[in-house]
Unconditional design. Structure first.
Ligand SMILES: Nc1nc2c(ncn2[C@@H]2O[C@H](COP(=O)(O)OP(=O)(O)O)[C@@H](O)[C@H]2O)c(=O)[nH]1
Ligand SMILES: *[C@@H]1O[C@H](CO)[C@@H](O)[C@H](O)[C@H]1NC(C)=O
Ligand SMILES: *[C@@H]1O[C@H](CO)[C@@H](O)[C@H](O)[C@H]1NC(C)=O
Ligand SMILES: *[C@@H]1O[C@H](CO)[C@@H](O)[C@H](O)[C@H]1NC(C)=O
Ligand SMILES: [Mg+2]
Length: 387
């Protein structure tokens, strides 16, 4: 290793170097200030630093280059956005996911991105995320009452539930923040101010990957085919995270039969006509869905019913089974769509298209490595609904 400043260096020389370093630092600070004043996100954050109440930052990066238009683009757009919930510490994973979604689809479509967090995103986070897309991007702060454990939850009972789950070594069994997240995704994200302008959303999580080009607009597909919910992977839930969920669902159906759709997908959820839950659910880290469905009277009533049971905290009810059960019971079964052509990975599982779809999508996954018909997948169960 090179010794830069040997002890024998004359004092005078050290002084010169120190002065140079300090001067350079000073110059950089000024340059950076100029840059800050020019960039909209720093301007907004400057106001926040000045002590105003933290709120949502809306950042639209201009189109620097003429858009590279997709060959089949019609100019017809859906009322839709990407949505990504993340912590500041998720930055690298967020960049990976967004790069993948942009490269494989959104660079041609420029659907907006809405990023949400219960803490303000840092300047570094916003800057690094903003350069990834030409689309409008906004950073939202989640209202406290949409995120944190409500006061009326009996914390003693909640703690006992967490301890029991930790003893059973259930993943996230002892985590309150994970429960906050599941409850937020179940009942609140679509109520966020920044999502009000939109109907359809595509949920993205940190560190996911999209393997294939998507040669059409899946939002328009949803709209034109009256779909309300879609998935790429379906699987079985850990029963100990939801011991009383199904009984609660059955009680709800008995009390509010008017919300249960006649042509529902109960047979996806149950092997005995609804008596018991078979634990099948859609893996909700990927969702393209209709927020107006979550905003409907049926779902609002359902969520409120679940909320008052306290199962998001006394147990560990996940947004995946909650969304899946609602979609399966309150929508027509043909309103749920399997996006077979969207290659997708969220560790430890992936869905890879095959045959022509794999080839045309220029998919970067191994066709034989796909969750579809493995023993823990519920895809077969889904397909039986239509046979
Ligand atoms: N802002 C925020 N986001 C969170 C928190 N916990 C989880 N998330 C986000 O919620 C989603 C699911 O969390 P993740 O850790 O991926 O859970 P997993 O996929 O079930 O293992 C991801 O988008 C996370 O970034 C949290 O405490 N705060
Ligand atoms: C900063 O934002 C304010 C409005 O909030 C605007 O009037 C001002 O021009 C902005 N400054 C710069 C340098 O963009
Ligand atoms: C988009 O959808 C939302 C939610 O349904 C609606 O409030 C809004 O008016 C729609 N916007 C347009 C341009 O259709
Ligand atoms: C573009 O549209 C044509 C005609 O509808 C279709 O045959 C072709 O597969 C599409 N191209 C891609 C890349 O999807
Ligand atoms: Mg995840």
């Amino acid at each position: 290793m090179t010794v830069l400043w040997p002890i024998s260096t004359p004092k005078r020389y050290i002084t010169v170097v120190l002065v140079a370093v300090i001067a350079l630092h000073y110059i950089l600070t000024i340059a950076n200030d100029d840059y800050s004043r020019l960039s909209s996100f720093s301007n907004i954050s400057g106001q926040l630093r000045a002590g105003e109440k933290a709120s949502n930052d809306i950042i639209s990066t201009p189109n620097y280059n003429p858009l590279q238009t997709y060959p089949n683009a019609t100019g017809h757009r859906a009322n839709a956005t990407f949505v990504l919930l993340a912590r500041n510490s998720d930055l690298v994973g967020v960049l990976n996911s967004m790069q993948s979604a942009e490269d494989r689809f959104n660079r041609y479509y420029n659907y907006p991105w809405v990023l949400l967090n219960e803490e303000p995103f840092t300047e570094e986070f916003k800057e690094r995320v903003s350069v990834l897309t030409r689309a409008p991007i906004s950073f939202g702060l989640i209202p406290k009452e949409h995120w944190f454990q409500p006061d009326w939850i009996d914390e003693e009972r909640a703690r006992a539930g967490r301890q029991k789950m930790m003893a059973q070594r259930i993943i996230y069994g002892g985590s309150v923040s994970y429960r906050n997240m599941c409850r937020f995704n179940s009942g609140f994200f679509f109520r966020h101010e920044l999502l009000q302008p939109y109907r359809y959303y595509w949920r993205v999580e940190p560190d996911v990957r999209f393997f294939c080009d998507l040669n059409y607009d899946p939002f328009l597909y949803m709209q034109e085919h009256e779909k309300v919910y879609s998935f790429t992977i379906s699987l079985f839930e850990w029963e100990p995270t939801i011991p009383t969920l199904w009984q609660t669902v059955k009680d709800f159906m008995a009390e509010y039969p008017q919300y249960v759709e006649n042509h529902n997908a109960m047979d996806f959820l149950s092997n005995d006509g609804g008596r018991s839950y078979n634990l099948c659910h859609f893996w909700s880290n990927f969702e393209i869905a209709d927020m107006d469905f979550w905003r409907s009277e049926a779902y609002t009533t359902f969520f409120e019913y679940l909320e008052l049971k306290g199962g998001f905290y006394y147990e560990r009810w996940g947004d995946a089974p909650v969304h899946s059960i609602a979609a399966a019971l309150f929508a027509r079964r043909d309103q749920i769509h399997f996006f077979r052509d969207i290659g997708y990975r969220h560790d430890p599982f992936q869905h890879c298209p095959s045959g022509d779809q794999w080839k045309q999508g220029r998919c970067a996954c191994d066709q034989t490595d796909t969750f579809d018909y493995t023993p823990n997948s519920c895809l077969k169960k889904f397909e039986q609904l239509f046979s």
